[in-house]
Design a protein around this ligand. Structure first.
Ligand code: ADP
Length: 630
């Protein structure tokens, strides 16, 4: 019979898998047991509503049977099984998503990267090829009368044939590789090792994981003494789900392992929260905040939500109603007895219990983050680096209804401290008499700190928050005020950074140049032209009146399509009255207004460029510049 080939990229992945990946080959058993457990979950869940499944669903156990003579290890489950099509799609293609691009030649670094991605997609089953040279999967789906056998030796593809099997479920038989100098594969046939692996990796599995063990029994006395050896299935795992264990009995290694297994992460979680709630709604929850955002976190593919169990039976993989959008990075499980099992998914959304749990968890996560911020700054900063932006989105979302709750968790880069600080810390350090909370936007903190306007802030002994995320300025707008101090851009007119004397000088100069300023305003048809109170060495700069700032305009312009193209800041040209360019302009205005208008346009072009905005008509701008040489 012709062998089917694995898809090209799958084959490459498989090679990687078999030869180079895990140093930790022993995890293959955990992967197979997890699959068996998932398959059992599925059948159990289906049996609640589906008559066919109910009839097929028996005692759900997972059996591990080593056979030293035949050098085989078998993992048997009584779960959903697979149809022929499922065998083909599930075990015929490794990389189901197809989003992996494989180059012919991969560097070691790229290989590592690929392996990371592989891990996240879960090539669980294929890890069995690390220890076996031939795998046979005998399976019968609850929906099918026929059983099938899938056989593969890894490298050359696989075959699928019809086979005999009485019950639903799957039997995976691995032929264990021969021992080599470096690797003693035989140990995966030893009872001692298998027992240890089940205990270490699969203790929390909710179904009995039974290992075929040799039982030695002696009967009789003296001459008549005989030893009989029988084989018996012995349940190895404790079966208690981790999330049901009390805090006191819960070991960190155990929850970390659980997290990594269940949520396909290589790293331990950064923060773990165990909740055992009793009240109107009783539930157990185990929540995790990852160390890093998953690779698809900022894409549409990422599914937020917690895994919802009722009495240990999985009801929903991603229950989105359990978690608020601003904490969408939280993974974990919730188990409650207070839900009706036959409830449909639509109903679930309106379920009272779910919304009570969601509310409690929201509080719990908040207090845990706050505690981390106060007690373990280093961990909190790692968290903030990964997910701080999500909190900011949370502040801005829905017109700021969550801002009070979330603002304590925010951090911004401080110009004075040169590190991240909270708003509370900013306020505590602010000298008396400081009226505003100052901030400025820019690409990097270094660039912001180099802005000419920051001189004035420093002179006053004030600190300033450096905003580098696009969403930051919106956050400031939504937060508005802390006590009697409002958030204020250092570019803003009411920034109060000038001394009385400077202010007076600027006012006098504005009065003196009134006509020139309105000439400029009209020439450019902009909102205003003013004598600047901020400029030191530059002749001009651009600022904005009203609620839309230049940074917002830039942000909206960067949105795809027509979304934000229409949002424009009301532009104000600020002029430095003590600059030579201003003196020249003034002179031209008195003698040659046409030349003055050209100068005004050139200065405006400069201001736009410095602000990082495009000049509207580059050709006429260039002509203007040249005409000034005449
Ligand atoms: P993952 O478990 O991460 O999806 P695997 O490669 O381990 O990746 O498994 C691929 C798919 O094969 C599973 O999603 C499941 O649909 C199916 N599968 C694997 N093992 C079993 C099993 N014992 N019973 C039923 N289906 C299984």
């Amino acid at each position: 019979m012709a062998k089917k080939q694995f898809k090209a990229e799958s084959k490459r992945l498989l090679d990687l898998m078999i030869h180079s990946i895990y140093t930790n080959k022993e995890i293959f058993l955990r992967e197979l047991i997890s699959n068996a457990s998932d398959a059992s979950d599925k059948l159990h869940f289906l049996s609640l509503t589906n008559e066919v499944a109910r009839r097929q669903c028996g005692e759900l156990t997972i059996d591990i049977v080593p056979n030293k003579e035949a050098r085989t290890l078998t993992v048997t489950d009584r779960g959903v099984g697979m149809t022929r099509e499922e065998l083909e799609t599930n075990l015929g293609t490794i990389c189901k998503s197809g989003s992996l691009q494989f180059k012919e030649e991969m560097t070691k670094e790229e290989e590592k990267e690929a392996v990371n991605i592989i891990g996240q997609f879960g090539v669980g089953f294929y890890s069995a090829f690390m220890v076996s040279d031939r795998i046979s999967v005998l399976t019968k789906s609850y929906q099918s009368d026929t059983a099938y056998r899938w056989v593969s030796d890894g490298a050359d593809g696989y075959t699928i044939t019809e086979a005999e099997k009485a019950d639903v479920g799957t039997v995976i038989e691995m032929h264990i590789k021969d021992d080599t100098d470096d690797e003693k594969y035989s140990e995966y046939l030893s009872e001692y090792t298998l027992r240890r692996l089940i205990k270490t990796y699969s203790d929390y599995i909710r179904y009995p994981v039974r290992l075929m063990c040799e039982k030695h029994e002696t009967t009789g006395e003296g001459e008549n003494k005989t030893e009989t050896v029988t084989n018996e299935l012995e349940t190895i795992n404790t079966m208690e789900p981790v999330w049901k264990k009390s805090k006191a009995r819960l070991k960190k290694e155990e929850t970390n392992q659980f997290y990594k297994d269940q949520f396909h992460d290589f790293a331990d979680p950064l923060i773990t929260v165990r909740v055992a709630a009793e009240g109107v709604v009783s539930y157990d929850a185990l929540l995790f905040i990852p160390e890093k955002a998953p690779y698809d976190y900022f894409t549409k593919e990422y599914q937020k939500g917690l895994r919802l169990y009722t009495n240990g039976v999985l009801i929903m993989d991603h229950c989105t109603d359990l978690i608020n959008e601003h904490y969408r990075f939280v993974r974990g499980v919730v188990d409650t007895a207070d839900l009706s099992l036959n409830i449909s998914r639509e109903m679930l959304q309106k379920d009272q219990a779910v919304s009570v749990i969601a509310k409690n968890l929201d509080k719990k996560i908040h207090s845990e983050l706050k505690k981390t911020l106060e007690k373990d700054r280093e961990t909190y900063e790692r968290f903030y680096k990964a997910f701080g932006i999500q909190l900011k989105y949370g502040v801005v979302a829905d017109y700021g209804i969550h801002k009070e709750e979330l603002k304590d968790l925010l951090m911004f880069y401080s110009m004075k401290e040169q590190k991240l600080i909270t708003i509370k810390e900013y306020l505590e350090a602010a000298p008396e008499g400081q009226k505003h909370i100052y901030y400025a936007c820019g690409e990097t903190a270094a660039k912001i700190c180099a802005l000419p306007q920051t001189e004035l802030v420093r002179k006053k002994g004030y600190d300033m928050l450096c905003l580098t995320d696009e969403v930051d300025e919106f956050v400031m707008n939504i937060l508005m005020k802390e006590g009697d101090r409002d958030y204020c851009s250092i570019n803003s007119d009411h920034a109060d950074l000038l001394d009385e004397e400077d202010t007076k000088k600027a006012e006098e100069s504005a009065e003196e140049n009134k006509d020139l300023l309105s000439f400029i305003k009209e020439t450019l048809s902009i909102s205003d032209a003013v004598i600047s109170r901020k400029l030191v060495s530059q002749p001009v700069c651009l600022s904005a009146k009203g609620s839309v700032t230049l940074d917002m305009e830039k942000y909206f312009a960067s949105l795809p399509g027509e979304q934000g193209g229409g949002v424009k800041a009301e532009r104000v040209l600020e002029l430095n009255a003590s600059h030579a360019a201003f003196a020249a302009l003034k002179k031209a205005y008195e003698t040659d207004q046409e030349r003055a208008a050209t100068m005004v346009r050139v200065l405006y072009g400069q201001a736009l460029l410095i602000a990082g905005l495009p000049v509207e008509d580059p050709t006429s701008y260039a002509q203007d510049v040249c005409s000034l040489f005449e």
